[in-house]
Design a protein around this ligand. Structure first.
Ligand code: PMP
Length: 360
């Protein structure tokens, strides 16, 4: 079997060109006689990789000087803990918008650290949706407001971001670099890398530098943003290979024309898939309300669980892999991040038509 269409929510499909580049230079990195996996993180070869990853991210997100990029370990879940450890001071309240399973996990972690106000909650809503910012019950003087920009499991995404008085913090794990956004609306954004950026385990954090000063001396040194900011994410040995792949993925994205160009392609891919769902006469039913449908994770149901199971099984046999929805929501989920090719979406739509013809 050759390369399949991989609809997995994460770790997710990477650009084929990136995999080929990594393969081609694996044994002998740029004539150095060793792999990038074996180079010192203090040496010039790795240093160039590290700087490129950071500078590509800065370019792609058009980051102003007052924001820093950190490359950390522990995935997005590590950030569920680090955000309150660093930003939620003694006696303060953090506002959390609960829009699904990932926000729920972030809230659980923050509650261990300090006081949390759930400002809005659509985590149990079916069809899935995001809470309208006009309804959020925010705390005056809150330490920060936390949202998840795209709920990977629910298939719901914020289309726009509100301006908040307290610094807005966003878990962008499943939609970072998929569309343009103005970082000035945010105090901090973070993302696990395994969807749009590279390998799992790495987290990218973008924060307004002044926020790094907030952590008290009681926060262990390793878990302070300040530590990693001061050391340009080289305080300890970073996940070098993951950052190398991040450098290749961001270089690839710049070659595609950057975030604006990929956002147009992402919109088209998602719109075609939603049109196929909506045009099925009710055989396929979208899981999210239309105004909050995600361009990254398209989730839908079939008339019965038995049909959903058959759909996934037959799709898999046809080279369309990992379409089973998350166990908490059920149904089908097609994750179509930046690297997922438009031809794969067309193949899925073709399969959906044929499946409905046979089973509808
Ligand atoms: N937030 C969101 C929105 C996610 O989709 C995920 C992973 N699917 C996480 C957080 C957790 O990421 P990690 O496994 O890197 O901790």
């Amino acid at each position: 079997m050759g390369r399949v269409y991989n609809f997995c929510a994460g770790p997710a499909a990477l650009p084929e060109e990136v995999l080929q580049e990594a393969q081609a230079e694996l044994l002998d990195y740029k004539g150095s006689g060793m792999s990038i996996l074996e180079h010192s993180h203090r040496g010039k070869e790795y240093d160039a990789v590290h700087q490129e990853a950071v500078s590509n991210l800065r370019k792609l997100m058009a980051l102003p000087e007052e924001y820093a990029v950190l490359l950390l370990q522990g995935g997005a879940s590590g950030q569920f803990a680090m955000v309150p450890m660093n930003l939620l001071g003694e006696g303060q309240v953090a506002d959390y918008v609960n829009c699904g399973a990932w926000s729920t996990k972030a809230i659980k972690e923050a509650r261990i650290v300090g006081r949390v106000n759930v400002a809005a909650d659509t985590s149990k809503d079916i069809p899935t949706r995001m809470p309208d910012p006009a309804t959020w019950k925010l705390t005056p003087g809150a330490a920060y407001v936390h949202i998840c920009s795209n709920e990977t499991i629910a298939g719901a995404q914020f289309r726009e971001f509100p301006r908040t008085d307290a610094p807005l913090v966003a878990d962008m794990s499943s939609d970072i670099l998929s569309r343009p956004f103005d970082i000035r609306s945010f105090g901090l954004v973070y993302a696990g890398a395994q969807k749009n950026l590279g390998p799992a385990g790495l987290a990218v954090v973008v924060l307004r530098k002044d926020l790094a000063a907030r952590a008290s001396e009681r926060v262990p040194i390793f878990f302070r943003y300040r530590t990693h900011l001061e050391e340009n994410s080289l305080y300890n040995t970073p996940p070098c290979f993951a950052i190398y792949i991040l450098a290749l993925v961001t270089r690839w994205l710049l070659r595609q024309g950057g975030v604006d160009a990929i956002a147009r392609r992402n919109r088209e891919k998602a719109a075609r898939l939603y049109a196929a769902i909506d045009g099925s006469g009710g055989f396929y039913r979208g899981a999210a309300v239309p105004e909050y449908r995600s361009d990254m994770n398209v989730v839908w149901r079939l008339p019965s669980e038995e049909l959903e199971e058959r759909f996934c099984k037959e799709a898999s046999a046809a080279g369309l892999k990992s379409l089973k929805g998350h166990r908490s929501v059920g149904g089908i989920r097609a994750s179509i991040y930046n690297a997922f090719p438009p031809a794969g979406v067309d193949a899925l739509i073709e399969f959906m038509r044929e499946f409905q013809r046979k089973n509808g």
